[in-house]
Design a protein. Structure first.
Lengths: 591, 214
């Protein structure tokens, strides 16, 4: 046990370390994955939020544009119905167009400044308006003050050839001074003849564009307009403007978003065309969202997640330590048990080996002893025989010597029995099976019995058919002899011995019963033990080996010997043998 | 109605009968543009615009003789009525210097005006019983589109001609000009604001020339 515990301990330790390592690896992996996912989610969410905000603002812009257009279209319908406008356009009295339209469009130009800045709903208050003739060229007003002044190059940008059949939205970059630029939204609406349903002219109205994010809280978000390769984003520094211009050089889609690195950090840029499907040059609304805040927040969150990940890791370390200890307990026990088992087994094996050696030694010893005993007994008997024939002996002396000679026979018989038993114990006794005629054997044994000199008279009844059993004649005879001798020995004077045998299935059953005192029941269990002599018959010769030997031999033959009954002046034993037709099956060595 | 017709015919033929040396006559037929419209039962023509071209519907022609004729001193007068929210006639040829009165025979206001280069005028709103009847003298030859500022569909054409010899065709295009001076002239047929056909004619006193245009 002590020798195995050191490697077991080190093995356990490495098992625990491995378990701990795997658990830590799993926990760290999960933490890292969580960190990565959370960060990505945050970044995506932030960008999505910004984009949603942008899209929402552009959508509201579009709805305002739609309102503008609808209002203007209604105005144009009204204008087209005006006979004077119609007449001016149709009768080529274009000089009269603006004066005639002045009344109708007066409120268009009227600026109610006190309302327009505060009102939630943008009103359609024009900065300028112009008529386009049937070919789409601008009709010059007589007095530009009434309709909003425009530079000639600005005015020429309003031309739409041919005159559009549907409303168009455009953007017009206007310069009031060198640095002062404004962009006006331009809405062109056809004036459709109510007679021919053809556009006969158009009116172009310039309005102040809706500013995005008027109600935005974050002032760092900048929005502007990209028009004809030029950026109108006054609040951004010039250098950044150039970078933006490069990024926006060729807008390939109507809307997009991308990251852009400006001088003051990374920004998210969204753009969306303000006037899709318009015949005016495309204009894009641009929004720039500084990502510094978002990145700062991301960094904070990263540290938070890292911190909590560390704590988690520590917790996991503790938990996994505990868990590995718990998990390794059964393993420890197993290892301990197995070490104990091994020691026990080794002990048992050693004991077994020792026993086996002892057994062999004892068997050898008894065999040797038997042989060594037989020789002096034979010498003794020969001496006694010689002595009996001596002439000088008295009659009493001769009697005495005869008894001594008888005793030497008894000793020889005991030695032989012991030899046989020791052979059986050592597993060396082999039965050479053959067919034995049990009835012949019985007759021979009965003859021998009657020839015995002790002169116990007993009536022998025999009831045996022709029964053939499988066995070795010598040993079967020994069994029968032992039983018959007992039956005679323990009989009462004038008693009976009954021998019967029969076949029952595969078995030959031989029963030998005798009259006489019965064996008390507490003793019955022990009568087959070696060197046991029943409490009865102290006066009866015997050495307590006969029944044991007979039973062992019967079992070696594949059968058995047992006490059938012992009461009321009748004791009966039963031996069973295999019938001889089964010799082949039993064959070989029976041990 | 009778009153209107008599006025109309006075305006048409008064000029011709007055002429002392007009002896020649031109009769003929103008090939009018084909129209799918049903023949006009009541004499009512609309002024239509198609691609900026004004014409009557169904088509009518104004045939006149162009040349250098002595100007008339006195101012002739004729009328263009506003009745049932239309002008009558819808196409009115007049000689230069003719005063056209625009009596309002409806129960509502009208505001007759024109932005045509040949004559710009605006009579303002007036009621049916307004006196004197608002009138305009047309002193420049050309086509004048007359409209009402209140009723956008109302439209009429006044063709101001620098000749006293003119006539309207009938719906089939047939016409007759009589009392014409002899000599070489140009016969013109106005069909629309864009189309005026012409043929040179040589007239001799007391003869009737048959001319088909084109």
């Amino acid at each position: 046990m002590n020798s195995t515990s050191a490697p077991a301990k080190s093995g356990l330790l490495s098992f625990r370390i491995k378990l701990l390592g795997v658990m830590m690896l799993v926990v760290s992996g999960i933490t890292a994955l969580g960190l990565y996912l959370a960060q990505r989610q945050l970044a995506t969410n932030a960008e999505q939020d910004l984009e949603r905000e942008f899209q929402g603002e552009v959508a509201s812009l579009h709805s305002v544009q739609k309102m503008h257009r609808a209002a203007l279209a209604e105005r144009c319908r009204v204008l087209a119905r005006k006979p004077r406008i119609h007449a001016a356009l149709e009768d080529n009295a274009l000089d009269l167009l603006y004066p005639n339209a002045k009344d109708e469009l007066r409120d268009l130009m009227d600026r109610k400044d006190e309302n327009s800045d505060d009102s939630e709903v943008p009103s359609l208050h024009a900065i300028f308006y112009r008529f386009l003739d049937g070919k789409g060229t601008v009709i010059k007003p007589l007095n530009a003050k009434d309709v909003g002044e425009l530079r000639p190059e600005e005015e020429s940008q309003l031309t739409l050839d041919p005159v559009p059949a549907e409303g168009q939205i455009g953007y017009l970059l206007r310069r009031a001074g060198e640095s002062d630029e404004t962009i006006d939204e331009v809405i062109a609406m056809p004036i459709i003849s109510n007679e021919t349903d053809q556009p006969i002219a158009a009116i172009v109205v310039g309005v102040k564009p809706v500013e995005l994010g008027r109600h935005r809280l974050a002032t760092s978000i900048k929005s502007g307009i990209w028009l004809k390769g030029q950026l109108h984003l006054p609040s951004v520094a010039n250098s950044s403007q150039a970078m933006l211009a490069r990024a926006m050089a060729s807008p390939d889609r109507a809307e997009r978003s991308f990251r852009i690195e400006l001088n003051d950090g990374p920004h998210l840029l969204f753009y969306k065309q303000l006037n899709p499907n318009s015949r005016f040059p495309p204009a894009y609304e641009i929004c720039i969202y500084p990502l510094n805040d978002v990145l700062t927040r991301q960094r904070q969150l990263r540290w938070q997640i890292l911190g909590s990940g560390g704590i988690l890791l520590l917790g996991a370390f503790a938990v996994s330590h505990f868990a590995s200890a718990r998990l390794s307990t059964p393993v420890t026990k197993l290892a301990h048990d197995s070490a104990e088992n091994r020691a026990e087994r080794e002990r048992a094996e050693a004991a077994l080996e020792k026993t086996s050696k002892d057994l062999q030694r004892s068997a050898r010893f008894s065999a040797n002893t038997s042989h060594q005993l037989k020789t002096p007994v034979a010498v003794l008997r020969a001496g006694l025989e010689k002595l009996r024939t001596h002439e000088n002996l008295t009659c009493e002396g001769r009697e005495e010597i005869a008894v001594l000679i008888h005793q030497t026979f008894r000793i020889t018989s005991i030695i032989e029995d012991l030899l046989l038993l020791s052979q059986m114990d050592a597993g060396r006794l082999q039965i050479a099976f053959s067919t034995v005629n049990l009835s012949h054997l019985l007759e021979a044994q009965m003859d021998d019995l009657s020839a015995l000199p002790d002169g116990v008279e007993a009536e022998v009844e025999s009831d045996c058919g022709d029964v053939h059993i499988a066995g070795e004649k010598h040993y079967v005879a020994l069994i029968i002899q032992n039983l018959l001798e007992n039956a005679r020995k323990y009989n009462r004077p004038g008693g009976r011995i009954r021998i019967s045998c029969r076949e029952e299935g595969d078995w030959a059953i031989l029963m030998i019963g005798n009259t006489g005192r019965s064996i008390p029941s507490p003793v019955r269990e022990h009568i087959f033990e070696r060197f046991h002599r029943g409490c009865v018959g102290e006066d009866i010769a015997g050495h307590g080996l006969g029944l044991n030997l007979a039973r062992e031999l019967a079992r070696l033959h594949g059968g058995d010997l047992r006490l059938l009954r012992s009461d009321e002046d009748w004791t009966e034993f039963e031996v069973r043998f295999r019938l001889s037709r089964q010799v082949a099956m039993i064959g070989g060595r029976v041990s | 109605m009778k009153f209107r017709c008599s006025l109309f015919f006075t305006a048409m033929f008064g000029l011709v009968s007055e002429s002392s040396f007009a002896q020649a006559v031109i009769e003929g037929r103008v090939e009018l543009p084909k129209t799918s419209a049903a023949p006009v039962m009541i004499k009512r023509y609309e002024i239509v615009t198609k691609d900026g071209v004004l014409a009557t519907k169904p088509p009518l022609a104004v045939v006149y003789l162009e040349g250098s004729f002595p100007r008339r001193n006195s101012t002739a007068e004729t009328q263009m009525l506003q009745k049932d929210l239309t002008f009558a006639p819808t196409l009115l040829p007049v000689q230069t210097g003719t005063r056209v009165a625009f009596p309002n025979l409806d129960d509502t206001y009208h505001n007759i005006f024109s932005l045509s280069p040949a004559k710009r005028f605006d009579l303002g709103r007036y009621r049916p019983e307004e006196t004197p009847i608002p009138s305009v003298v047309f002193d420049v030859p050309g086509l004048v589109t007359v409209r009402c500022d209140i009723h956008e569909h109302m439209r009429a054409l006044i063709l101001v001609l620098d000749t006293p010899y003119f006539a309207m065709s009938d719906p089939d295009g047939r016409f007759r000009l009589s009392g014409l001076p002899s000599g070489r002239h140009t016969l013109k047929a106005w069909l629309s604001s864009k189309t005026t056909l012409e043929r040179p004619v040589e007239l001799t006193r007391g003869t009737t020339l048959r001319v088909n245009v084109p």
